[in-house]
Structure formats: structure tokens, C-alpha cells
Ligand binder design. Structure first.
Ligand code: SF4
Ligand code: SF4
Length: 396
């Protein structure tokens, strides 16, 4: 894996080759598997132009716009069949309100009818089994760098190509935000999925992000492809962005997507959703450029989408401090050598090790555990040990 002496700086053929091969495999295999067992393309109601003429009857409005009767019932709050014969003008709705309500109710209907409960349950069960295995490995400090990469690959194959990134931890949060404009339409299956994922966070830190999230593991694997090692050169250097910077952008992004949804009923994330790397046929030109940049940035920065944009990343970070199982340091055996914080792909281990008040996202990747020469870092239950006074006075 040594850089060829003739390569220009920043050009490591092997790393670029592995990166390109991985992206090519993800796109092509996702495209193929989507064709075989993916969900059929959903109707894109956000872009539809509805024909609205207040002289039309409700049923005629449904026919010209291809709106199923249950959706009409919800839009117009129809109580009896004869109400369908009423003109649209009989309802206290402006044209804008009618279009907005149609869009939201139709999106809701399509969402509910696109889910296969059996498939959904099987996916959840596989999630649980996979995470239980990783939990066992982490709890017993058995996650080596090689095993880590293998597990990331397995997660990409199973949850990415196999499940077509459905469900993803971010999906239900993204869809719920998209429906902020009509809170009545935030449906129970979606809330159930969000709550289940957040319960995972309360139990075992960001385990769901670390090992199961399709996009999360893809970014992680890309980052590790470009990681320096013994005798191993990389494409430029990797760097750790300050948490204050990344989290400020993430909070701002959350506010912006919520505002777009609430004020204009516009699903902003849909246009740039990097999870579409597992559903490439729906990627637009703009979305493709954004996704490409995120994947490219993953070579140099640890999980850029998670740290800078992901709404689930933000929610789960808020809950992390209540996690029952988390990364801990035993200061009885710690020699303050800093190996763990240097090996950690972000600034989090430094914050944990030095007992800082604000602890950035810990993705429970296990790198700090495997790098500690005295086995002082563990993934364990309960509160973190308090930093003994004067422990880092030497600033080693
Ligand atoms: S924070 Fe990252 S790993 Fe977690 S849900 Fe978002 S994209 Fe996935
Ligand atoms: S502290 Fe860093 S290295 Fe350790 S598990 Fe968390 S993200 Fe990984």
C-alpha cells in the first residue's frame, strides 16, 4: 500500500482505486438490487401540479388529479358519500390551502401504502441480531480494525443493497420533519421507528449509527480506506473539525429544513439525501454533486454528513449523555499516553479522556478500545469515571 515514488503528492493510486471501486460497487449493486426487490418508485407529489377549479365536485377533483377516495375523505373531512358531489367552493379552503393539504395527505397515503409490514419486521429483526453481535464484541473489547472493516462491509451489503437502505435511522426523522406543516399526519409507524432508534441510543450510545446505518458505515469505511498506518501513506491528511463548528452547522441545517417544511411544505432533504446512494435511480444532478462531495469529504473528515447535517445525528447526540452503555476510561490503569484520543477519528475521545463537559458524538466504533495499550478504555455500563484532579496537569 506504499505510495508509488512517481505519484504526485496527494495521489495514492491504491487508495483512490479502493475508493472508486467501493463507490462503483455501491452504486451499481444498489441499482441492480433496487430493480430486483426494491420498492416500486413512489409518486412524487411534491412536484405535481394539481388541477384546482373551485367549480369541480370533490369526486371530479379526485378523478382529474388521480387522488384516491380515502385521501379525498381526509382533505375535505367527508362525512357521507353524498359529500363527494359537493363543489370545492362549498369547503372553506383557498386554492393554496387545497393544494397544500392534497400534497400532504397524498404523500401520507403513499407512504402508508408503500410499507410492507412483514418486510419491515424482518429488517428490524436483522438489525437487532446484527447489533447484538456487535454489542457482544464491543462489550468484550474484541473489535479489531480488521473486524471493524469487515463489519462495515457486511452492513453495507445487508442493510444497503439487501434492504435498499430501508429503514434507515435518518429516514423516519427526515419524513417527520417533512410533515411538520401538518402535524396530524405524522403517522404512528414513523414515530414508532424514531422512538425505537432513539431507545437504541439510550441503551447503547450511537450503536445504530455505528454499525447499522447504511450511510454511516459507508462514510466510516471510506474514512478508514484513507487512514494512515504503519508504512501506509494516504491521500493528503485527515483532520478533525472542531465540534462547535460542525454542531453549529448541524443545528442550523435542522432549523432550515424544519422552516422549509413548516412554512412551504417543502422537503429540502429529499433533494440532497445522501442515502440515495443506495437508490441511485432517483438521484438528481444537484443531489449527485452533493452526495459526491460528501463521499469525497469522507476520505478526509470523519462522517461529514453525520457531523454536519444529519437530523438523526443531532437528536441522538442530545440523547447520548443518557446512554446506559458507553465508552469509559479507567483512570486507575490509564497512563495518560493519549493513544486513544489520537486514534479516535474525531475529537470525542479527547473530551471523554479529559472529562470535558461537552462531549461530541461518539460513534462507538471501538478504535479507542483497540488502541489503548493498558486496556483502560472499555464499552461499559453506567456513568463515566470522574477525571482525578491533576491527572492531565502535564498535558501529555
Ligand atoms: S448520524 Fe450518520 S450514522 Fe447516524 S443516522 Fe445520521 S447518517 Fe446515519
Ligand atoms: S471515542 Fe472515538 S474512537 Fe472511541 S468509540 Fe467513540 S468515536 Fe470511536
Amino acid at each position: 500500500m506504499n505510495r508509488n515514488k512517481m505519484d504526485p503528492p496527494g495521489f495514492n493510486k491504491n487508495t483512490w482505486f479502493s475508493f472508486s471501486l467501493l463507490i462503483f460497487a455501491v452504486l451499481s449493486l444498489s441499482y441492480l438490487t433496487n430493480g430486483f426487490w426494491g420498492n416500486p418508485p413512489e409518486r412524487e407529489v411534491e412536484e405535481e401540479k394539481f388541477i384546482v377549479d373551485l367549480g369541480l365536485t370533490v369526486s371530479a377533483y379526485g378523478q382529474v388529479n388521480n387522488i384516491p377516495p380515502p385521501v379525498l375523505e381526509k382533505i375535505f373531512d367527508l362525512k357521507q358519500e353524498s359529500d363527494s358531489a359537493k363543489n370545492l367552493s362549498a369547503f372553506a379552503l383557498s386554492q393554496d390551502q387545497l393544494v397544500k393539504s392534497t400534497r400532504v395527505e397524498l404523500a401520507q397515503y403513499i407512504e402508508e401504502h408503500s410499507k410492507n409490514p412483514t418486510r419491515f419486521t424482518i429488517h428490524f429483526m436483522v438489525y437487532l441480531i446484527f447489533m447484538a453481535y456487535l454489542f457482544f464484541l464491543m462489550y468484550h473489547s474484541q473489535v479489531s480494525p480488521a473486524k471493524q472493516k469487515l463489519m462495515y462491509l457486511a452492513a453495507i451489503v445487508i442493510f444497503g443493497f439487501g434492504f435498499n437502505a430501508n429503514p434507515s435511522p435518518m429516514g423516519p426523522v427526515r419524513d417527520t420533519i417533512a410533515l411538520f406543516s401538518n402535524p396530524d399526519d405524522i403517522i404512528h409507524p414513523r414515530l414508532f421507528a424514531i422512538l425505537t432508534f432513539l431507545v437504541f441510543v439510550v441503551v447503547a450510545n450511537k450503536f445504530i449509527c455505528s454499525w447499522v446505518c447504511q450511510l454511516g458505515v459507508l462514510q466510516d469505511l471510506i474514512f478508514r480506506i484513507n487512514k494512515a498506518g504503519k508504512g501506509r501513506k494516504v491521500i493528503f491528511s485527515q483532520f478533525k473539525l472542531p465540534f462547535f463548528f460542525t454542531n453549529t452547522i448541524r443545528v442550523a441545517f435542522f432549523i432550515i429544513i424544519s422552516a422549509f417544511s413548516t412554512i412551504w411544505a417543502f422537503n429540502l432533504v429529499k433533494w440532497i439525501d445522501p442515502f440515495n446512494v443506495f437508490n441511485p435511480s432517483v438521484i438528481s444532478l444537484f443531489g449527485g454533486i452533493f452526495i459526491g462531495l460528501i463521499l469525497l469529504a469522507s476520505l478526509f473528515v470523519y462522517r461529514p454528513w453525520c457531523h454536519l447535517f444529519c437530523p438523526f445525528g443531532l437528536l441522538s447526540w442530545l440523547l447520548e449523555k443518557f446512554s446506559i452503555f458507553k465508552i469509559k476510561v479507567d483512570y486507575q490503569t490509564c497512563t495518560a499516553c493519549n493513544s486513544c484520543s489520537e486514534a479516535c477519528p474525531s475529537n470525542v475521545m479527547e473530551a471523554i479522556l479529559k472529562g470535558k463537559k461537552t462531549v461530541p458524538d461518539c460513534f462507538s466504533c471501538g478504535t479507542c478500545i483497540s488502541e489503548c495499550p493498558t486496556d483502560s478504555v472499555t464499552f461499559g455500563k453506567g456513568r463515566r469515571h470522574k477525571l482525578p484532579p491533576g491527572f492531565f496537569t502535564l498535558e501529555n
